[in-house]
Design a protein around this ligand. Structure first.
Ligand code: S3P
Length: 411
């Protein structure tokens, strides 16, 4: 059988403005919090993709009603007390669903549930949430002593703890904060390195207990709370691909509108600016406590940089597209602190290195870093608006590029 491949056709400058689909992280959390609320609330412009539809189905299995209304969802919550699911809950490919839901289920007195997922999710580390939840008193078991799914949870008996995140992970932080809503006393998460804070912002939106003080976030047992509509901002992670495309294709100018500009997500903008990118953005409104606005990118000659390791958790899903930008930059780009990218849906460090090499880009790969040797575009070449093909020197852009995908990198 032939391996799958990408066959890329040449394209000219990118010009215009667009909106991207709703933010994945906010959609997962919005569905979960509406399912735990009392009454009916609408989630406007959610992401409707495999991961978030798995969350919608999981909330239905736990007793909430989730109805599609055109592009939106209407959710009738089950209140803080969820219904025992009749069957195994399938989290598909969604790590965010499995980890956050584990926190919620750990708090459900006496409720039994089993969570599983696809082959990739069943390989991913779950000990990072199971361990601290057990420290709170949760009863969870699973493959490899609870390090891998399927995981079985019998909820109840939680007590608040103070937990310092050993790896920067918004999913772990969020699982513990959600469990904290059902725990006796105060639950505190300390994050030495900041990660995305959508859970904290949504807790405030719904009036749930939350205190944030420097690296410490605290919550405590919640009282029943009413449903509230919320609008999901455009996903910065989706916008990033269009922005980088505009930066590397001559004569381009692209504006993304209605996009989330939460500073815990936009580390990529800072790195691209340092590389010399012509980028502007502005916050114009707030949705569910999230800053929302527009970002404009214009074609820019880029230069290589050494990325600040502290920025990686603020752009963890944008490293692949940063590496694509780095391939076009003058000089070397060094991207450190990538160990978390090896345990995503696929090993993203290996996938980036493989795909850039297939295009002829010089890449070195370490256990937790990448170094790319950029090769800027030769704009004196009249065919510069066509597609990239590295020809062992400066790049000319005039042929189709065929990138075979080894199966190990397909997610
Ligand atoms: C997410 C957190 C990140 C990110 C994922 C979504 C979230 O994962 O990569 O796509 O919604 O909290 P980690 O918490 O594992 O870094």
């Amino acid at each position: 059988m032939d391996r799958p491949f990408l066959d890329l056709a040449p394209c000219g400058p990118l010009r215009g403005s667009l909106r991207v689909p709703g933010d994945k992280s906010v959609t997962h959390r919005g569905l979960m919090l509406l399912a735990l609320s009392q009454g009916e609330g609408r989630l406007f412009y959610p992401l409707k993709a495999g991961d978030t539809l798995a969350t919608a189905r999981a909330m239905q299995a736990l007793g909430a009603e989730v109805l599609e209304e055109g592009p939106h969802f209407r959710v009738r919550g089950q209140g803080l007390r969820l219904r025992e699911p009749e069957d195994v809950v399938d989290c598909g490919n969604a790590g965010t669903l499995m980890r956050l839901l584990l926190g919620i289920l750990a708090g459900q007195e006496g409720l039994f549930a089993v969570l599983t997922g696809d082959a990739s999710l069943r390989r991913r580390p779950m000990g990072r949430v199971v361990e601290p939840l057990r420290a709170m008193g949760a009863s969870i078991d699973g493959r490899e002593g609870g390090k891998k799914a399927p995981l079985a949870v019998r909820g109840g008996g939680l007590k608040g703890v103070s937990y310092t995140l050993p790896v920067p992970s918004a999913q772990v932080k969020s699982a513990l904060l959600l469990a904290g809503l059902f725990a006796e006393g105060v639950t505190e998460v300390v994050e030495p390195v900041p990660t995305r804070d959508h859970t904290e912002r949504l807790f405030r939106h719904f009036g749930l207990p939350l205190e944030a003080e420097g690296p410490r976030v605290r919550t405590r047992r919640a009282e029943p709370f009413p449903a509230k509509d919320l609008t999901v901002p455009g996903d910065f992670s989706s916008a990033a691909f269009f922005l980088v495309a505009a930066l590397i294709v001559p004569d381009s100018e692209v504006t993304v509108e209605g996009v989330g500009l939460n500073p815990t997500r936009t580390g990529l903008l800072r790195v691209l600016k340092e590389m010399g990118a012509d980028l502007e953005w502005q916050v114009v409104e707030g949705e569910a406590g999230e800053p929302v606005g527009w970002i404009r990118a214009r074609y820019s000659p880029l230069k290589g940089v050494s990325v600040d390791p502290g920025l990686i958790p603020l752009m963890v899903d944008e490293v692949p597209v940063l590496a694509a930008a780095a391939a076009w930059a003058e000089g070397e780009t060094y991207i450190p602190n990538l160990s978390e990218l090896r345990v995503k849906e696929s090993d993203r460090v290996a996938a980036i290195a493989h795909n850039l090499r297939a295009l002829g880009v010089g890449v070195e790969e370490g256990p937790d870093w990448l170094r790319t040797q950029g090769c800027p575009l030769d704009t004196s070449d009249a065919s510069h608006h066509l597609l990239p093909l590295h020809l062992g020197g400066r790049r000319t852009l005039n042929q189709h590029t065929h990138i075979p995908h080894p199966e190990t990198h397909i997610t």
